[in-house]
Design a protein around this ligand. Structure first.
Ligand code: UT7
Length: 317
């Protein structure tokens, strides 16, 4: 027993920041950002937080299924950008929705949503839950160094959610980690211990872009190939690939290495940029609400990011 996705929801802040607007305070251009990343604009929180966006995405998924928060048995939130180290974002979402179930966060950076779905599958397998909300919610803008053109131009804020119920539609998955803080790191505050001797590194995103890019292409292509092999599914039979939206060139490079029909790859990076753990469920909700997902479709989700980490899974819609 695993799960099936009953409904989806998402939320993005109304504030649109175009590439043009970034050129007013960064040494960059719309042409460079568009060509090198595929991003044209992103949404940026002004008053929203990962938790408030997660509440709205979750509420929309519940509404789409005609369910109420009291019917939830668990809430998971994939995130790295909560307001607090504790409470976790999932606990704030639980309070915001008025649910009474256990809630906790999954921290696996941009791969987080894949890890959260796989964690959810375990609770279903052990018959511990009937209905579960799995949310990806990120306010990455609070972690960005807005003076660093290497990172400030690619990220955005948002949240996406799936409501899961017991079923057999989660076919297989793969999770991968290559641990270390050398390629991507986001330090937390070192506090004010009079004993600690290391210096504070700015508590913002530090990323080696090219190394991340190389890891991302290799990991995504390999993970997708591996899960399809595990599932015994021919790449030609895949209906949709929902890749993490980090850079359109990463998606294009992975596409060239796989024998999946090119039109199967979904993307909204032009409008939202890289929303970290929210990016996969944001795309999924867009496809779902556009009526593009038909029952029985083979859907592959894949993501990669800080950790370094990556993962993929196969779902029968
Ligand atoms: O989701 C989490 C995982 N994150 C990722 O997957 C991100 C993966 N990495 C990337 O997407 C790309 O590496 C970036 C978009 C971050 C950078 O693109 P790139 O094509 O790898 O650029 P680069 O770092 O090789 O830089 C090429 C040039 C440099 O100039 P010089 O040294 O050749 O004169 C940079 O200084 O482009 C310059 N540059 C920029 N120019 C204008 C770097 N960023 C910018 C910018 N605008 N925003």
């Amino acid at each position: 027993m695993s799960f099936r996705i009953v409904s989806t929801g998402s939320f993005v802040p109304p504030k649109v920041v175009t590439n043009e607007e970034l050129t007013t305070f960064l040494d960059t251009s719309d042409e460079w950002i568009t060509e090198r990343t595929g991003v044209k604009e992103r949404r940026v929180a002004t008053t929203e937080t990962a938790a408030t966006m997660g509440v709205e995405a979750g509420r929309r998924a519940l509404e789409a299924a005609g369910m109420t928060p009291d019917q939830l048995d668990m809430i998971l939130c994939a995130t790295i950008s909560g307001e607090y180290v504790s409470p976790g974002v999932a606990c704030l979402i639980q309070a915001g929705l008025g649910a009474a179930c256990p809630a906790f966060d999954i921290s696996a950076a941009c791969s987080g949503y894949i890890y959260a779905l796989d964690t959810a599958a375990g609770f279903f397998a052990r018959n511990r839950v009937k209905n579960m909300l799995v949310i990806g919610a990120e306010q990455i803008s609070r972690l960005l160094d807005w003076t660093d053109r290497n990172t400030a131009v690619i990220f955005g804020d948002g949240a996406g959610a799936c409501l899961l119920e017991a079923g057999d539609n989660y076919i297989t998955s793969k999770l991968f980690s290559r641990g270390g803080a050398d390629v991507i790191q986001i330090p937390t505050s070192i506090g004010n211990s009079p004993f600690f001797e290391k210096e504070q590194v700015k508590p913002l995103i530090h990323m080696k872009g090219q190394e991340t890019f190389r890891f991302a292409v290799g990991a995504m292509a390999q993970d997708i190939q591996d899960v399809l092999e595990q599932a015994g599914i021919d790449p030609a039979d895949v209906d949709h690939v929902v890749p993490h939206q980090a850079n359109i060139r990463i998606i294009d490079a992975a596409r060239k290495r796989l024998n999946i029909k090119p039109e199967c790859y979904a993307s909204n990076i032009d409008r939202y940029g890289n929303t970290s753990a929210a990016s996969v469920p944001l795309v999924l909700d867009e496809l779902n609400r556009a009526g593009k997902l038909n029952r029985g479709d083979i859907v592959v989700l894949a993501a990669f990011g800080g950790g370094l980490s990556s993962g993929a899974c196969v779902i029968r819609w």
